[in-house]
Design a protein around this ligand. Structure first.
Ligand code: GLN
Length: 537
């Protein structure tokens, strides 16, 4: 742990889903905009080792980092806001903590001792908190504690926070408590009682929050602020109002207005004259809020009833739309709705279509129909991971007239144009067993991919088991679907694009995981531009 690194813990009270991730990312942004280096870490109180095995319906998208960790979708917000990379060390679950402790126990590291929640589990949590600070790279480490205070599950984390606060003192560690101030319509009043209770709960664990961030639908009056300050033992200026925002990207500016960053710096006794430089951020917001164009893009997928399942894709369109001064209306389309007789009505009205990543067979035929329609009618198409695989299957079926499929969807297919790699076949456990994380990809000179990226060597993140089957490469390329991005080490196909089509690109990787506010992803930027072009013509 570097002596100068400051630790900020963000806890939540009253209910879940208050947006701790966005508040943490916004605070991180403000500190970063003042020239500090910041990283954000999330602790999740569930027993899964990572969210890789969780159903996206239950937990939203699984976000993958460069180093191949399957993580909580909040890490996506951290990267999108801060424009810095996170890693395995940025997301820790109860499962991982216990797994580490139990593995150590089996290796005899606690020989003779009874292994207990306190101190062994809490020490392991603290080790993971301090690990990020070890090389002194960061001025601030913001640690978000998942769940809400009072949950049985988050207790060891809360206890570890108490210890760190005690060990390091108020100049080096602080606690920000995010809470809800509900509005009672009948009484026309904001209510502070739930917050008082959740602060009491925190106090009973030995933690006095330094700052309260209050989610509210109505502005906090001075009277309410004073009441909160008095009953929760925080300074009046440390009661921070967090009003509902039109877009999550407004939150850093709202927090700036409420001086959250100033309060943090003052508590740490850090004096800086540097005002946060938010010019680029504001320029993005200006473009986002004043579009001069509008397009409708279909997102065809399996998990469309829970938009969080495609969080990063939706955010990438926000970044790319702003870049193009264009409002992107995303139309969520369940692939099961698309059939031969409905495809024209559904896909024909769109300016562009994206076929989403996914797992398993349900809705495959709908995806194939959508892609066929986009290919034949020259509608801009982007296929991501499973979407790219479906594009290859569609092409093999409808252009090469092979009874082709992916072995994920039909293990007995005669023409497995998408197949599992030999190494993958040997794997029988489930979590962390896919091709995960960033891999290099070489782009063919003069290809569309090359012109989109403006480079010939790129790195993109993966999360899949199945691959383009190179046995069919020549045949498929000859018929016009070109492999224009290849992994330089393994020769695996990473990008396919169609000749004689205005914009038809399939990528085996997940470009959406690398799009940020300050660096919108070129594939999305150019895809939106292609949708605008298609709308005009
Ligand atoms: N199910 C496919 C595979 O495992 C695609 C995965 C994805 O879209 N992320 O290869």
């Amino acid at each position: 742990m570097s002596s100068s690194t400051k630790y900020i813990f963000v806890t939540g009270g009253v209910t879940s889903s208050l947006g701790k991730g966005i508040i943490s990312a916004s605070l991180g942004k403000l500190l970063q905009a003042r020239g500090f280096s910041v990283t954000i870490q999330k602790f999740d109180p569930y027993i899964n080792i990572d969210p890789g095995t969780l159903n996206p319906y239950e937990h939203g998208e699984c976000y993958v980092t460069d180093d191949g960790a399957e993580t909580d979708l909040d890490l996506g917000h951290y990267e999108r806001f801060l424009n810095v990379r996170t890693s395995r060390a940025n997301n820790i679950t109860t499962g991982r903590i216990y797994n580490n402790v139990i593995t150590k126990e089996r290796h005899g590291e606690y020989l003779g001792k009874t292994v207990q929640v306190v101190p062994h589990i809490t020490d392991e949590i603290k080790r993971n908190i301090f690990q990020l600070g070890e090389n002194g790279q960061y001025d601030f480490i913001i640690t978000e504690i998942g769940g809400s205070v009072g949950d049985i599950e988050s207790l060891p984390f809360v206890e570890a926070v108490r210890q760190v606060r005690w060990d390091l003192g108020a100049n080096n560690a602080m606690v920000i408590h995010l809470t809800l101030i509900p509005y009672l319509k009948a009484a026309k009043e904001l209510k502070t009682k739930p917050t008082q209770h959740s602060v009491k709960e925190l106090l009973s664990y030995g933690i006095q929050p330094d700052i309260l961030v209050c989610r509210t639908e109505h502005p906090l009056s001075m009277e309410i602020r004073k009441k909160l300050a008095l009953f929760c033992n925080v300074n009046l200026n440390s009661v921070i109002e967090a009003m509902d925002a039109d877009t999550i990207y407004d939150v850093p500016l709202l927090m700036r207005k409420e001086k959250l960053d100033e309060r943090v710096l003052a508590k740490f006794k850090i004096h800086t004259k540097q005002e946060p430089d938010l010019d680029q951020w504001k320029a993005f917001l200006g473009k986002l809020k004043n579009p001069t164009n509008e397009v409708t893009i279909g997102l065809v997928g399996k998990y469309v009833s829970l938009p969080d399942a495609y969080k990063s894709i939706a955010e990438s369109f926000i970044h790319a739309g702003a870049q193009n001064d264009c409002k992107v209306n995303l139309k969520w389309i369940s692939s099961e709705e698309i059939q031969k007789d409905t495809v024209e009505n559904i896909i024909g009205t769109l300016d562009a279509v994206l076929v989403a990543p996914g797992f398993g067979e349900r809705g495959l035929e709908g995806k194939i129909e959508a892609i066929k329609y986009a290919r034949e009618n020259k509608i801009p198409f982007l296929g991501i991971c499973l979407g790219m695989q479906c594009a290859v299957v569609e092409f093999a079926r409808n252009v090469l007239h092979l009874e082709a499929s992916s072995t994920e969807l039909n293990p007995k297919t005669k023409f497995p144009v998408i197949d599992m790699m030999e190494e993958q076949k040997k794997v029988t456990t489930k979590g962390g067993t896919m091709r995960l994380g960033a891999y290099a990809c070489k782009l063919k000179k003069g290809s569309k991919a090359n012109s989109i990226y403006g480079e010939t060597l790129i790195h993109e993140r993966h999360r899949h088991r199945y691959e383009f089957n190179n046995k069919y490469l020549d045949q498929i390329e000859e018929a016009g679907l070109k492999a224009t991005g290849l992994n330089p080490d393994s020769g695996l196909v990473e990008i396919v694009e169609l000749k004689d089509h205005p914009w038809f690109v399939g990528v085996q990787f997940h470009p959406e995981l690398r799009s940020t506010v300050l660096n919108p992803h070129p594939l999305f930027v150019k895809f939106v531009a292609a949708a605008m072009e298609n709308k005009r013509s």
